[in-house]
Design a protein around this ligand. Sequence first.
Ligand code: CP
Ligand code: NVA
Length: 312
Amino acid sequence: MSNTLRGRNLLSMSDLTGAEILAILDQGAELKANRAKAQAAAPLAGKTLGMIFQKPSLRTRVSFEAGMTRLGGHAIYLSPVDFQLGKRESVEDVAIVLSRYVDVIMARVFGHDIVADLAKYATCPVINGLSDFEHPCQILADFLTIRERKGTLKGLNAVYVGDGNNVAHSLMYGAARVGMHMTIAAPAGFDPHAKVLSEAQQMGRETGATIRVSHDPAEAAKNADVLYTDVWASMGQEAEAEARRAKFQGFQLNTKLMGYAKQDVVLLHCLPAHYGEEIEYTASRTPNSAIFDQAENRMHAQNGLLVLIAGE
Ligand code: CP
Ligand code: NVA
């Protein structure tokens, strides 16, 4: 298949076709399996990634930076205080100036419009490293992890228990694209965005994926191949954390919920985790849990993406 990703942005999982998602996973898996070969080939030699952060990060920052090193390139971390995106300097000017120096921009932002504006004004590809609306790089790593454990994505029953947030949105789009069934089990009032649900359902009709919302975690978890959760209060929602804690009771990924799923269910959490809230520590340490493979795979999946969008 010819590479349709060169020079492209990745703002949303819906930007990618199912074939493109699989191509990224294949490329990432190959780089993971052949580290020495990948480093010798240095597919991003001389290339620089500019990484803009408005929010904290462990995985996103380190996986992109270490990933660029493995690929023979370089990454520059730009912290929230470095140039105060939109305050010290407009998003438009930052995008134009950074594009004169770097080959790819990755940005972790509050409003999704900020990463969309960076992409509008930048003359190099822009990757969404998490916005309030989506987290596509996470889902590429999740899919690589699921595929490692299950051998496939198409036709699996994936269930996400918790907040209908950025991670849930990207999962819904991604699942729809690759033909994986996806149920979001959220407390009433915390459903994913209605537009994401209707668009993902529409995309799912083309691939055979059923995308739905439930308010009953036990019902949703029945026969699940994958059980996924994320924090109840995302970055930027710290003031709501206590009120949310009360409303999310019963929406925990734990050994009881695992009992409704298939024996070999894969447990996922994008991390950071709040043990005792959205995930039980004991469940996170069972052999079913792939949370640390998932964290590692951030780097491999993103390396696949970087090579396809910025390689020669
Ligand atoms: N999963 C994830 O994006 O982790 P960080 O917030 O540490 O980057
Ligand atoms: N939904 C979480 C994901 C963290 C990786 C957040 O936005 O904070």
